[in-house]
Design a protein around this ligand. Structure first.
Ligand code: ATP
Ligand code: MG
Length: 158
């Protein structure tokens, strides 16, 4: 159904913010305007949950997690950035594969199955969106995904 993505995203971030430890800080760079997108709310909640859990899991002590929405023609670009360990360049495309985990030894300590991002990719693509990652080792990671958004639909709402 049609959802005001700005509000929806803000609400999900609020829920995470209540549960995180004090050493992690959240920063929002979200426009105040509304973006109406036609999504399955449960599925996109799962996408955000999987991405944000990783950002928290791989964040260092005192790390900042940034949340953004950027508008592009016919789509919004949603991104979540952390200041964690990062991902080596040649592993970057593989993190969306099922059961793939960078550095198995390190990953084992943190727990998980390597499915979170594969599920996120499947769900984003089912919404005609794209998902990708940018990362610098030792600096941090940003996960981006897009959702189609129609300006015309918007006009009917206002
Ligand atoms: P699961 O999500 O199933 O609990 P997981 O977190 O290991 O397990 P994914 O979420 O699919 O699996 O992520 C795959 C791998 O990509 C991770 O094991 C980790 O190596 C790497 N990765 C994902 N997000 C980040 C991040 N924000 N910073 C650093 N590495 C990451
Ligand atoms: Mg995960």
């Amino acid at each position: 159904g049609w959802v005001n993505f700005t509000k929806f995203f803000d609400h999900i971030i609020d829920r995470f913010e209540m549960t995180i430890e004090e050493h992690i800080t959240f920063q929002r760079d979200i426009p105040s305007r509304s973006y109406y997108v036609d999504i399955d709310e449960d599925k996109i909640t799962q996408v955000l949950y999987n991405i944000i859990s990783n950002a928290i899991k791989y964040s260092p002590e005192g790390g900042k997690i940034s949340f953004r929405i950027k508008e592009q023609p016919e789509k919004i670009v949603v991104s979540i950035s952390d200041q964690g360990v990062g991902i080596p360049k040649n592993n970057l495309s593989k993190i969306f594969e099922r059961f793939y985990r960078v550095d198995k030894a390190r990953a084992r300590n943190l727990g998980g199955t390597g499915l979170g991002l594969a599920i996120a990719k499947e769900m984003v693509e089912a919404h005609d969106g794209e998902i990708w990652a940018e990362s610098k080792e030792g600096k941090g990671t940003t996960i981006f995904f897009t959702l189609p958004y129609e300006q015309e639909q918007e006009d009917e709402w206002s």
